[in-house]
Write a protein that binds this ligand. Structure first.
Ligand code: NAD
Length: 378
């Protein structure tokens, strides 16, 4: 497949939408759909740490609608290694200082920010200003205010924005959403979800440094449990109460270790989530009026596994979630399909994260959430 430069795509797309120009005897709207099938969007990864190295770059070898076109790294040694491994030309290699000149690079359509959480907003906004579509890793930022800044920058610069919520593209998630929507097991009454792991590594890692992470388990793994609580009920919560537990304060000096939270939903459903950097958890279970369904594991890279109360096992062919996710976003850009993880979803989750921290600060007091105007229910 050939790559598609943003300028040529925009020209084709604009003319296609207007539908007035003809290519030979063919209306341009048709010419556009034929043209785009042969193109791939160029993605530049910003931050070549473990997620980019072991998940995103290999996944970009499997994507149908995008490919790894460029890199942005602060580590000089990585440049040649990545260039050779992924056949990246020198002109598509950037560092954090010259990153803004990516504006002039037609090979790059999408910038994917894979840096520590407190750096997301800065690089997403710079990418938007450079006219590039943006994928921002989870958690979207370290505050609701920063989420707004990213969303506004993308709107102002007329570029698309997505959050790296790979689960939104996973077939098991789609199946769960179908059960919820179609009430296959009746009404969902109670959802339980866990997302955590035992952190034993370097105590100086950025995930344990609040200035870089914005918070601990809740920021890192908790957003998965928030997501499953929401798509497990098919609604945004109307309130949350939360508790924090600390057993290794000498290691978790700066960030939360274990958090539990309870959500209420408008239809009377309830959810309980647990997130931890000191306990393993990787599960979603939905208890319904006529049975149950569960994913376990639910949040890892896959294969995911699921079961239902009528004895069925969920089985879908394995495909890298990250490849599905980046293809979904590329199709959104190229074909106008649904953005399955828009910026507003990342902002909604950050509103919930902030409410959880506030509840803990206020001794577990219930926090009312008004997420109606967010317009996102997944
Ligand atoms: P990592 O520590 O492996 O990589 C971080 C990268 O940022 C490195 O290349 C590092 O050199 C660079 N960096 C730049 N400035 C830095 C600084 N001041 N301190 C530390 N590193 C700095 O982290 P990661 O696991 O690749 O995570 C990166 C982002 O991806 C995070 O936002 C994380 O939440 C997200 N992530 C998402 C998933 C997922 O499943 N969606 C999985 C893992 C990580």
């Amino acid at each position: 497949m050939k790559k598609l430069s943003r300028r040529s795509f925009s020209t084709i797309a604009t003319k296609g939408i207007l539908g007035t120009t003809l290519l030979g005897n063919m209306p341009l709207a048709n010419a556009f759909s034929i043209e785009q099938k042969n193109k791939k969007l160029g993605v530049a990864l910003v931050g070549l740490g473990s997620y980019s190295t072991y998940q995103l770059a290999p996944s970009l070898l499997e994507t149908e609608y995008c490919y790894l076109a460029g890199i942005v790294t602060g580590t000089k040694d990585k440049e040649a290694l990545w260039q050779e491994k992924y056949n990246i030309p020198k002109k598509n290699v950037y560092n954090y200082d010259n990153f803004d000149t990516i504006l002039n690079n037609e090979d790059i359509d999408v910038v994917y920010v894979v840096l520590p959480n407190s750096m997301h907003a800065d690089f997403c906004i710079r990418a938007a200003k450079a006219g590039k579509h943006v994928i921002c890793e989870k958690p979207m930022a370290v505050s609701v205010e920063e989420c707004d800044d990213i969303i506004n920058a993308c709107k102002e610069n007329n570029v698309k924005l997505s959050v790296g919520y790979r689960m939104q593209s996973d077939l098991y998630t789609h199946e769960v959403k179908k059960y919820v929507k179609e009430k296959t097991f009746g009404d969902v009454l109670f959802v339980s979800s866990d997302a955590g792991y035992i952190s034993k590594g370097n105590p100086d890692q950025w995930r344990l440094d609040k200035s870089l992470s914005g918070g601990g388990a809740l920021m890192n793994m908790g957003v998965y449990a928030i997501q499953t609580s929401i798509y497990g009920t098919g609604q945004n919560p109307i309130s949350v109460s939360a508790q924090e537990f600390s057993t290794r304060p000498e290691y978790f000096k700066d960030t939360d270790e274990t958090i539990t939270a309870q959500f209420k939903f408008d239809n009377g459903a309830v959810a309980h989530m647990m997130t931890s950097h000191n306990a393993n958890g990787n599960r979603l279970k939905c208890h319904c009026s006529k049975g149950w369904f569960e994913l376990d594991p639910a949040h890892s890279y896959g294969p995911i596994s699921g079961r239902t109360s009528n004895g069925n096992t969920l089985e879908f062919p394995f495909k890298k979630q990250q490849a599905l996710q980046m293809d979904d976003f590329s199709k959104h850009i190229l074909l106008g399909t649904k953005n399955v993880a828009p910026g507003e979803m990342g902002k909604r989750d950050m509103i919930i994260v902030e409410a959880i921290y506030k509840s803990i600060y206020e001794g577990g007091k219930e926090q009312l959430l008004s997420l109606g105007d967010i317009g996102i229910v997944y």
